[in-house]
Write a protein that binds this ligand. Structure first.
Ligand code: SF4
Ligand code: SF4
Length: 436
């Protein structure tokens, strides 16, 4: 089986959150390969423990990908504040024969944003509406490289992942969790404070979830925050109230634009302009409207920059949903020469979000004990959902393929995290019961 087929069959997708199928990236010819270990969402230690526990596999994964792609340069991008991990990373690189350089990042947000990272490491700017390969770069998350190595060297598919369970909880931890495990099980172990809200993904870019939702290949974290936290408010406010408040309160100070990381990369996005249109209307073909496609939803504008907590992020999300059929290329301009000076220090962001007091190192607890049942999503990434190939009553083994995607479609198969019986099949899920 070819390198690309092995990765596709192992079900590997971007573990950092975006979930783009990795086999597609492995069909390109970049000159630079970047391992994204920036972990810029506040409070998380997911990548930290992947590095601490699996650095040899990660490094070998990077080198396997580098050789396959024919990349001249491989870069391990990690924040300087994780310096206690550097000796192990350097040792693993040396023992693997070299060929990877460590690139240290400051402690700012969003250091792990793919386009910001490409600019920091290479000085290149990914075109608007574009992807890194357009500037000869491929970026993968650090866990993705470990999974890649595990697939190539050990024939192990993706059936579990590292998850941080942090925030206003009694026991913040990081664990290895089988895909399909209910969030309620992860929450129970952490003991969240009463009245907290659960976010999947992170404080800044996460989404509010329910206890019955389950872990997918892109679930990097569950974060618990109090209801009154600005990060929660930003996510729960109705769009109607967002626009009503914005219409009366936005003073066009442009702070949101000054700190927008995509504007500072030189992309044609000015969040204060989309706020202006709420009062004056919008031409769908204008560059102001098209900027909705350029917003990465990082939340800097709404959760840090705006003095009134207004949310250009939410407005862009709504415009993007409504204007999907429009894709007029936006004009380009040069990166802001003060881009570096405008990077948002993580500490100031945490202070603004009132989470400095819960910024503690989560403990690694190994594999989270959970016997099932596991509810495994058929759609865990960009592209086509998987189609079940098992039926109710089938007995499956750990790692067995449960559902596949046609070769001509964008997607990867889904595997069972444990041995057990197929209990239920719907369009969205397959439920596997523990082996009796
Ligand atoms: S969420 Fe706000 S700051 Fe982030 S890219 Fe979008 S407009 Fe810019
Ligand atoms: S920072 Fe807030 S008030 Fe200022 S222009 Fe942006 S949305 Fe309006």
């Amino acid at each position: 089986m070819s390198f690309v087929e092995t990765i596709r069959n192992a079900g590997i997708i971007g573990a950092g959150g975006a979930g783009f199928p990795t086999y597609v990236k492995m069909q390109s010819s970049p000159d630079t390969l970047i391992c994204n270990a920036a972990e810029c969402e506040p409070l998380l230690y997911t990548d930290y423990y992947v590095i601490q526990n699996h650095i040899e596999g990660v490094v070998r994964g990077i080198l396997l990908a580098k050789a396959h792609l024919g990349a001249e340069r491989a870069v391990f991008a990690i924040k300087e504040k994780r310096h206690e991990l550097f000796p192990a990373i350097e040792k693993a690189i040396k023992e693997a024969g070299g060929g990877i350089e460590i690139f240290t990042l400051g402690d700012y947000y969003p250091a792990g944003d793919e386009q910001s990272l490409v600019h920091d490491v290479t000085g290149r700017i990914v075109p608007q509406n574009g992807i890194p390969i357009q500037v000869n770069v491929v970026v993968n998350n650090v866990l993705t490289f470990f999974q890649l190595w595990n697939a190539i060297e050990n024939n192990v598919p993706v059936t579990e992942r590292y998850v941080s369970v942090v925030g206003r909880v009694k026991h913040p931890y990081v664990a290895v969790v089988p895909i399909g495990t209910p969030f309620s099980v992860l929450a129970k172990r952490a003991e969240p404070e009463p009245g907290t809200v659960m976010l999947e993904g992170g404080v800044m870019m996460g989404h509010i979830r329910n206890p019955e939702d389950t872990v997918t290949k892109t679930t990097g974290a569950l974060v618990f925050l109090e209801e009154g936290n600005p990060a929660v408010h930003e996510k729960v406010a109705s769009f109607q109230s967002v626009t009503r408040f914005s219409k009366s309160a936005c003073c066009q100070c442009t702070e949101c634009t000054v700190l927008c990381p995509r504007f500072n990369l030189g992309h044609d996005i000015e969040p204060h302009m989309i706020m202006r249109t709420l009062n004056y209307g919008l031409d769908a073909n204008s560059s102001v409207a098209q900027a909705a496609y350029l917003c990465c939803q990082c939340g800097v504008c709404s959760m840090f920059a705006c003095p009134f907590g207004l949310s250009p992020k939410r407005v862009y999300a709504d415009f993007r949903a409504r204007l999907k059929e429009f894709n007029i290329p936006a004009r380009e301009h040069a990166a802001d020469p003060f881009n570096d000076a405008k990077k948002l220090p993580s500490k100031r962001l945490k202070a603004r979000l009132n989470i400095l007091d819960i910024d503690v190192k989560a403990e690694f607890i190994g594999t989270l004990p959970y016997p099932g049942p596991y509810k495994i999503r058929m759609k865990q990434h960009i592209g086509a959902p998987a189609t079940p190939i098992v039926k109710i009553g089938d007995r499956v083994r750990a790692g067995q393929v449960l559902a596949t995607v046609k070769t001509e479609e964008l997607g990867t198969p889904v595997h069972s995290p444990a041995a057990g019986d197929v209990l239920e099949i719907t369009e969205e899920f397959i439920t596997i019961g523990s082996e009796s």
